[in-house]
Ligand binder design. Structure first.
Ligand code: FES
Ligand code: FES
Length: 157
């Protein structure tokens, strides 16, 4: 065991973690971030995606001990009126919802880096995320709408 400090959705705490303990498990146990889900457990599905300083990380592959001092964002830390979440709901990109937090966090990363992604860029960015319900079309629509919404907001700001 060792002590590390994590800031999760703005809440900073010192916690004890096992040497090999996964970030996924620590986030769920210590911070109650139940939007962070294990799908495959081997880095192949994207359901466990969180952002560390704005960059996506598969928390099922990440050893928590390596993230001492990190700033972590998860889907359940997003505001109630989060634009990406609202567009996912509006587009019906939810179905069972198990994979959606990972897609939402990947979308935040994408739009942070590339405010006007093409269809192809959206597809490429989300290549590592799997939705067993197959709502890919709705997800792509939601991401396109979120990008447009931000462009309109920027123009009117
Ligand atoms: S649970 Fe981490 S990538 Fe599938
Ligand atoms: S919405 Fe069910 S797995 Fe994606």
């Amino acid at each position: 065991m060792r002590e590390i400090e994590l800031a999760v959705n703005g809440r900073r705490r010192k916690i004890a973690v096992g040497d090999d303990e996964l970030l996924l498990d620590v986030l769920r146990r210590e911070f109650g971030t139940t939007s962070v889900r294990e799908g495959c457990g081997v880095g192949a599905c994207g359901a466990c995606t969180v952002l560390v300083s704005g960059r996506s990380v598969s928390s099922c592959l990440a050893r928590a001990a390596r993230y001492d001092g990190a700033e972590v964002s998860t889907a359940d830390g997003l505001p109630k009126d989060d634009d990406v979440v609202e567009e996912f709901v509006a587009a019906g990109a939810v179905q069972c919802g198990y994979c959606i937090p990972g897609f939402v966090m990947m979308t935040h990363e994408l739009l942070g880096e590339n405010p006007q992604p093409s269809e192809q860029e959206i597809g490429q960015h989300l290549e590592g995320n799997i939705c067993r319900c197959g709502t890919y079309e709705e997800i792509r629509t939601a991401i396109g709408c979120a990008a447009k919404r931000r462009q309109v907001e920027r123009k009117t700001a």
